[in-house]
Write a protein that binds this ligand. Structure first.
Ligand code: SAM
Length: 246
């Protein structure tokens, strides 16, 4: 099989199968033609969570669009198993950064949750999804996490299935994160806004069954830092990190 290590990875929704010819959208064609300077015949890697990753050859790249013919499968589908992260919208540049890092750290889904102290107008979901796709292409993931919301905290909590466990990062302290996340495998991770949870929200969270508060040390972390801390703690607690080389 050709050395495909440097062939660009393109996330493409829909079934991918040997011999199929797939359309490439105009935004992709611009990237392939004018940024990567590729021409028909060049290899690309097409992927999504449901079909896995496939080697394809570009068959057409022009002003009308592009096509690729799928040659062979490189990787089987993998279930997206990362944790769901719920975070109050923070400043756009910081949220962009957090989405990219959360994808690299294996987040399974992101929910934008509006709290009383959310001061930032929620970002456009399509823009955040584009960042998530680019991060998935770069870090060799097969899945792109869905990004939902923004939803009011109260509505979000009420919409959780009974028995759902939520691990809340609380700057006023709580359990150690590794212990909590080691005990609760399918926890949703919740982080507050730049101004923290309001007193009424704290009471509401404290009353909610299935909520576990975790402390991330004595320093006050930015929301995005706290979110990454939880994602790393989740990976360590679930031992999903690659064993160190012998
Ligand atoms: N209330 C403070 C404020 O007004 O700046 C802190 C808010 S903090 C910047 C944003 C969020 O990050 C908090 O709501 C909490 O979820 C999380 N967080 C920050 N530091 C934390 C810590 N040491 N332990 C646990 N969670 C923390």
């Amino acid at each position: 099989m050709r050395n495909l290590g440097r062939a660009p990875r393109l996330h493409l929704d829909g079934p991918l199968a040997r011999g199929a010819v797939v359309e490439l959208g105009a935004d992709r064609v611009h990237q392939l033609r004018h940024v990567l300077r590729l021409a028909p015949g060049a290899p690309v890697r097409l992927f999504n969570a449901e079909s896995g990753e496939w080697w394809a050859e570009l068959t057409r790249l022009d002003r009308r669009g592009g096509e690729a013919r799928i040659v062979d499968r490189l990787r089987p589908p993998e279930p997206a198993i990362g944790p769901r992260l719920a975070i109050a919208p923070i400043r756009p540049n910081r949220l962009d950064w957090l989405i990219e890092k959360a994808v690299e750290l294996g987040v399974g889904a992101v929910d934008l949750v509006l709290t009383q102290r959310t001061v930032v107008r929620p970002a456009r979901i399509d823009r955040l999804l584009a960042i998530a796709v680019e991060a998935a292409e770069q870090c060799e993931r097969l899945s792109v996490p869905p990004i939902g919301g923004p939803t009011e905290l109260e509505v979000w909590l009420a919409g959780l299935p009974p028995g759902t466990r939520v691990v809340v990062a609380d700057e006023e302290g709580g359990e150690p994160p590794l212990a909590a996340l080691g005990r609760i495998s399918d926890a949703i991770l919740l982080v507050g806004p730049e101004g923290g949870f309001a007193p009424g929200e704290r009471r509401r969270l404290a009353e909610s069954p299935g909520i576990v508060r975790v402390g991330l040390g004595r320093r006050i972390l930015r929301s995005e830092t706290a979110a990454l801390f939880l994602l790393v703690a989740h990976a360590l607690a679930r031992e999903e990190v690659r064993p160190s080389c012998p």
